[in-house]
Design a protein around this ligand. Sequence first.
Ligand code: ATP
Length: 254
Amino acid sequence: MTTLETQSLTIRFGGHVAVDAVSCAFRPGELTAIVGPNGAGKTTYFNLISGQLRPSAGRILFDGADITQMTAPLRTRAGLGRAFQLTNLFPNLSVEENVRLAVQAHSGTHYDMLRPWRTRRDLIERADAILDSVALGSRRSVAATALSHGDQRKLEVALMMALEPKVYMFDEPTAGMSVDEVPVVLDLIARLKTDPSKIILLVEHKMDVVRSLADRIIVLHHGKLVADGKPAEVIASPIVQEAYLGIAPGRSAA
Ligand SMILES: Nc1ncnc2c1ncn2[C@@H]1O[C@H](COP(=O)(O)OP(=O)(O)OP(=O)(O)O)[C@@H](O)[C@H]1O
């Protein structure tokens, strides 16, 4: 069973404590939404878990191992999946080529001049299945850079799926998407949730998205974990009403 836990995780930027002694254990089969007002430390906490930042104090345990000092690429290989920025990949290759490369990388298959890709039926089928599940089948020949913003986000999710991670990390997966693109991504995350072995973490501002997907909500405020529990309880709790909804009145709580 996959386990992921932060223990007193802390990071300081100069004198500012952006994440302050956050202890939290994430469970398989559960989607945990991380919410809080602007500047609460959500993205920083995410970056600490995925390895883009190193903490000032505290530990991160993944599947029983201390990964606090592990590099981000090694964490990815160990099963911590975070959406790639497309700019780090192959923006001029087609959607299909990007997904096939990710599938190939995960399968451990190296380029073999004597065995062209098209003979690897298993890898092609896996890539096709992923493309269909993110509704990008019809865009397969388009260069990644030529995709709409929403389709680029879907491709990022597809590339993460290709690596079959134990932990899926989504940072505002629907940000900047048009209204008709949002349901595709929400459906996709909802489908990932049906696998009881996966841990899913979601940083999200939109409370309607949180409500529709989260099994559990944790709230960060000034870098501290101030609430943790079932969505209805957490949303109704005075600390969230005051700390989150009170401070961010422009953000939809509906
Ligand atoms: N590299 C950095 N150097 C200095 N301060 C930083 C750095 N990264 C984040 N911070 C500060 O840490 C605090 C937490 O930022 P973070 O982006 O994690 O908040 P957030 O909850 O994700 O906010 P938002 O909802 O606006 O995305 C902020 O005060 C931010 O200015």
